[in-house]
Each structure stands twice: as C-alpha cells, then as structure tokens.
Ligand binder design. Structure first.
Ligand SMILES: [Zn+2]
Length: 376
C-alpha cells in the first residue's frame, strides 16, 4: 500500500535526464489474460516517446527498463490481479519498485527526470486507508483497512454484571444498575479510544468509521478526544456480533466513498466562495505563475491527462512554451506533464494537492498571497 512517506521517497529520486520510467498499468482480473500484459505495457511505452525542443534527442523507454518491467510482470502480476499497478524503473539509478494501488487509475507511461507521482496521490485520496471501530457495551474491535487488507485488533471483553443485577429490580435500584452498565461501557469505550489513539500514532491521522448499535456509536464518539473526532468520516449501524471482517470493510467502504465525495464537493464550494482578494488562481497559466512564485497553498488538479511543457533548470519557472522566464529559452527543459510539476512543487512548498473530477478551469489553486502584478 502506498503512503505519503513512499511518495516522498520516490520524489527524492532524480536522474540527470528523462530516464525514469513510471508505468501505471491495469492488471486484468482473469489470470488467463495476463499473457497480454507485456504487449499492453509496450503500447504505453510507445505513447511515452517524445521529441522536440527541450529534449536532447528522442526520449524513449530503454531496453534495460523494458526488461525490468517484463521481469516484474512475469514474477508478480498474479499478486496484482484486478489492480492498477505502479512500476518505477530506471536502470542507471538501480530503481525497480512496484506498488499495487487500491483503486483503478488511468493507464500511462511517463519518462521524466523523476517518478511521476500524481496518480499515487489520487489513489491515496480516493481510497485512503482508514480505521473502523466496532463497539457495543462490552466489546470493541479495531480494523485497519488498506485496500483489500484488513488488520483486526480485539479488545478483551469488559467485565459484565452478575446476571441477577438485570432482572427483578425496580425503581431506584434499577436506575443504579443502569448507571453501572453505562459507567462500565464508558470505561470500555475509553479503552477502545486508547487503542485507536495508539493505531493513529503509528500510521498518522486517517479517516475513522464507527460501526455498532444505534445508541453505542454516539456514546463512543463522545469519549474520543477532539482531534480524533475530527477524523470521523461516518458511521454504520450493525450488530457487531453478526459481521465478518470482510462485511465490515464493505459497510465502511461505502461510508468512506461518501465521505471522499463530500470532501471533494466541500473543497469545490469553498473554492468558489473565496472572496475576490487575488488569492485564487484558475486555469493552467495562472497556476503555472503561482507555482513559479511558490504561492500555492492548495491546488485542485484533474485525475487524468498529461500536459507537456517546459521548466527552466536555472530558476524552476514552469511554462507552456520554452522561455517562460528571463533566462535563455534554449535552456528550457521539456517536461512531460506540467500538472505533475505544479503538484510536486506545491508539495515541496508545504502545500496540499487534491485531485478532483472537474476542478475549476481544469486546474485551480488557493494562494498564500496574491501574485506579483496579477489579479485573479
Ligand atoms: Zn529561468
């Protein structure tokens, strides 16, 4: 499973020329179709060939990297059935890494000076790993779900009351019994919250889904610390004792999909409601200028498409045509995807990148400060 740490590690890879191959390939679900996979990779390699200003000769996938991809597919494709796999290869840097992704993504092959990571960011946002806590009054389970993998932790059952405590008592005494049950439950929710806290410390803040009976979910939510409550993505009602881990993943997966859709919608609305204070950039030209000035706080990018362009090796300025800065146009280097360049420079500046189905103007950004000499 890909994580932000893996993305950062990939982004630290750098070649002198455009020799790093990034391949995103859909592995068929049916093993019988695997034999067509190398040919499909070859088609994508052909689409990655490029030439023209800013390149020194024709850029194409090298024989050694084709060989690495073939070998990886031959040995591991059976583990990736039904998944999009990301493969990064560069023989001169001894790079050969593969990651099966949790959701289907557009196929592509890209040759650049570093790995092409936009699809990885999209996968992490669309199919994040997340926690599910299932609770009832005596039991708690914590599930950490990453794609199809489910890790389950079971909390020891809370001590019960002796059975005579539940029947034949009336009035005040009955209330006392009830108090005692709620108090026990609170302790036990607290234990579950501690378990969640420990898991979150290991893998960072992740969306949280809570499942259980109608009344236990809000009670558990109430004992969570505020920071953890902010991660709450949603709930589902079910009797914990009737569920398998796979069923928990199905129910929670729907909650996460709704949560991700609502988050994207909210980001779009917030962007459209920004005051006209010059702190937004809409469209590629405005976002290129904003990235060149290190002004981007949040950039909304599309999932698909590659937009070829240029980068100045001296000042880092990005442009659609060679020479988008005071330096010699002849020095500009061709880059296969300006959207990737904007995304990576935003991350390097401590900003955020969010993939949306239809960002305003195809790409849009919220800025830390208005751009010099421009209004948006
Ligand atoms: Zn320059």
């Amino acid at each position: 499973m890909i994580s932000r740490a893996e993305v950062d590690k990939l982004l630290s890879v750098r070649a002198a020329g455009p020799s790093v191959l990034s391949l995103y390939l859909q592995v068929p679900l049916d093993p019988a179709e695997l034999r067509g996979l190398p040919a499909r990779a070859g088609e994508l390699f052909d689409l990655a060939v490029r030439d023209g200003p800013g390149t020194s000769g024709v850029v194409r996938v090298r024989a050694a990297d084709r060989q690495v991809v073939r070998a990886l597919l031959a040995s591991r494709a059976r583990d990736w059935l039904g998944h999009t796999v990301a493969i990064f290869a560069c023989a001169e840097l001894a790079l050969a890494e593969a990651f099966p992704l949790p959701c289907p993504l557009q196929e592509r092959a890209v040759l650049a000076t570093r790995p092409h990571v936009r699809p990885l960011l999209t996968a992490m946002q669309r199919c994040p790993f997340y926690h599910v806590v299932m609770v009832d009054r005596r039991h708690a389970w914590l599930f950490t779900i990453t794609g199809e993998r489910i890790e389950t932790t079971v909390l020891p059952p809370a001590p019960g009351l002796r059975s005579h405590g539940f029947s034949g008592w009336y009035g005040l005494q009955a209330y006392r019994v009830n108090d005692r049950i709620i108090e026990l439950a609170r302790h036990h929710y607290h234990d579950a919250a501690v378990l969640l806290e420990q898991a979150s410390r290991v893998c960072g803040p992740q969306p949280l889904v809570i499942g259980g009976h109608d009344d236990t979910v809000p009670q558990f939510l109430a004992v969570l610390p505020a920071g953890r409550r902010d991660q709450f993505a949603g709930r589902f009602v079910a009797d914990p004792h009737t569920l398998t881990p796979a069923r928990v993943r199905d129910l929670a997966g729907r909650v996460i999909a709704d949560w991700a859709r609502a988050r994207d919608q909210r980001l779009l609305i917030e962007f459209r409601q920004q005051p006209p204070d010059g702190r937004t950039a809409t469209g590629l030209a405005a976002c290129l200028a904003a990235a060149s000035q290190h002004a981007i706080e949040l950039v909304l990018v599309p999932a698909g498409g590659l937009v070829p362009g240029y980068a100045c090796p001296r000042c880092g300025a990005l442009s659609s045509t060679p020479g988008g800065c005071p330096h010699a146009p002849g020095a500009s280097l061709a880059v296969p995807d300006l959207i990737e360049e904007i995304a990576v420079s935003t991350l390097a500046d401590g900003g955020q990148v969010q993939t949306l189905t239809g960002p305003p103007g195809s790409i849009a950004a919220r800025l830390r400060f208005p751009l010099a000499g421009q209004t948006s």
